[in-house]
Ligand binder design. Structure first.
Ligand SMILES: *Cc1c(COP(=O)(O)O)cnc(C)c1O
Ligand SMILES: [Zn+2]
Length: 387
């Protein structure tokens, strides 16, 4: 609502927020929306929140959509932050909670980003949206495009979980399966988009998906009564969830809502696709492509991310880290989490629990620290993994 401009995440140069944009024209890096936070603070106060709508649009002043009528919504966000006392006891932790993003429309946190991206596309009068997806992003785009009356063109690796493919088709999207990885799907869109008139809504190649994802950070703070946890463990592919939350923390500090303390941010990846983990371990500022990427956790099958440098910066600035987990362990932990707490989590969500066990063993997280795990999706979309 109080969007003023877009800023290049590499050099800070200002870009026009009144026209559709992809990567910055100066550096070919992601663009971040910037707001007049002083204006936002006139109406967006902590005290104003309890009476507001129970979805992510409760933070409307710091979301980009100008007119109420352009908001495309299916009720995304404001998901529960559930205490996980049995898992906490098993690990000897004082406090553990799981933010359950499987309760979003289309059963993953991708709904948040697509709600803002599709709303902005509608505001700009765009008609045809395209996305490469390893699973849940496609389903979310299909749903929000249908809701907005726009076309969705979705490119998925042929080995994407069946539920994601069927979901996209039944939501009326044009689905193309590619023999390759999500990066190959992205390349196919890049090749054809000009001729087809598609607008590319790939993760962080368009400025507004991250805005929906950042509401995770606002919600976490609100649900914890403005005391952020000591550590956050997040399954990262493209990295929007992780960097989005960090952006929210910075905005909230400028709003005067929180102080300068930050949670330690931990990125979890799969052993078969761990570009960020490798880059973090070698103190690199960018991540090399993970050649031959493979994992059943399709949301983590991202061999090269355009926001790698932002993720690595966040992990370092927060004194957090990056850790890889084998597929067998995360799949076994789906049942561990499910049987203990009643949540049928996605393999990506279970990977956070696998990572927590390891981070406690190495001392990167202490047993008296308050920890939040993110279940980013629903196990029911990955039935092939459990046959
Ligand atoms: C997309 C996805 C991720 C990774 O999210 P990024 O924002 O791309 O890092 C994690 N888990 C699930 C279930 C996903 O669908
Ligand atoms: Zn730049």
């Amino acid at each position: 609502m109080h969007l003023t401009h877009l800023a290049c995440t590499a050099c800070g140069q200002t870009h026009d927020a009144t026209v559709p944009q992809n990567l910055s024209s100066c550096c070919s890096k992601p663009l971040y929306p910037a707001y007049d936070l002083a204006a936002a603070a006139c109406t967006l106060t902590k005290a104003s929140l309890p009476g507001r709508r129970a979805d992510m649009w409760r933070y409307r002043e710091v979301l980009p959509v100008r007119h109420e009528a352009d908001i495309v919504t299916l009720g995304e966000g404001f998901t529960p932050l559930l205490p996980a006392p049995r898992l906490a006891a098993r690990l000897g932790l004082a406090q553990l909670a799981i933010k359950d993003e499987s309760q979003n429309p289309t059963q993953s946190f991708k709904a948040r980003g697509m709600a803002t991206a599709v709303s902005m596309a509608k505001q700009f009068g765009l008609r045809k949206l395209a996305v490469p997806s390893a699973g849940n992003a496609g389903g979310a785009l299909a749903a929000y495009a249908a809701r907005a009356g726009l076309e969705a063109h979705i490119f998925m690796p042929a080995d994407t979980p069946k539920a994601n493919i069927i979901e996209c088709r039944e939501l009326g999207a044009h689905v193309t399966l590619i023999n390759g990885l999500i990066t190959d799907c992205g390349a196919e869109i890049a090749r054809r988009k000009q001729a087809e008139g598609w607008f590319d809504v790939s993760t962080l190649k368009e400025p507004y998906r991250v805005e929906g994802k950042k509401t995770l950070g606002y919600e976490l703070a609100e649900q914890l009564d403005w005391q952020l946890p000591d550590a956050i463990i997040y399954p990262t592919g493209g990295g929007t969830g992780l960097v989005g939350m960090w952006k929210a923390f910075e905005e909230m500090e400028r709003l005067g809502w929180i102080d300068a303390r930050r949670p330690k941010m931990f990125s979890v990846q799969a052993e078969g696709c761990q570009p960020i983990v490798r880059a973090f371990q070698t103190q690199a500022t960018q991540a090399a492509e993970h050649v031959g990427a493979h994992t059943r956790a399709s949301g983590l099958r991202v061999p090269k991310a355009v926001a790698d440098f932002i993720m690595l910066q966040v992990l370092r600035d927060s004194c957090g880290g990056a850790i890889a987990v084998p597929d067998a362990e995360m799949l076994a932990d789906v049942r561990e989490v499910g049987a203990a707490e009643g949540l049928f989590v996605a393999p990506e969500g279970a990977a956070c629990y696998s990572a927590l066990r390891r981070l406690l063993a190495t001392g990167a997280i202490a047993r008296d620290e308050r920890v939040v795990l993110f279940n980013t999706g629903a196990g029911v979309k990955y039935l092939e993994c459990f046959e």
